[in-house]
Design a protein around this ligand. Sequence first.
Ligand SMILES: [Zn+2]
Length: 45
Amino acid sequence: MCTTGEKPGKGKYKCLKCGFILELNDATDTLPPCPKCKATKWEKL
Ligand SMILES: [Zn+2]
C-alpha cells in the first residue's frame, strides 16, 4: 500500500476507497490525494 506524498515510482495505482485508477508516468512523481474522493491510500496495480 502507498500513501499520498510518497514517490513509489512509475505505474498504476488504485484508490483504496473509491477505486479510481491513477497513473504515475515518472519516477519522481508524487502520489496526490485521490482527485475523486480525497483519500490518501493507494494500492499498486
Ligand atoms: Zn478515491
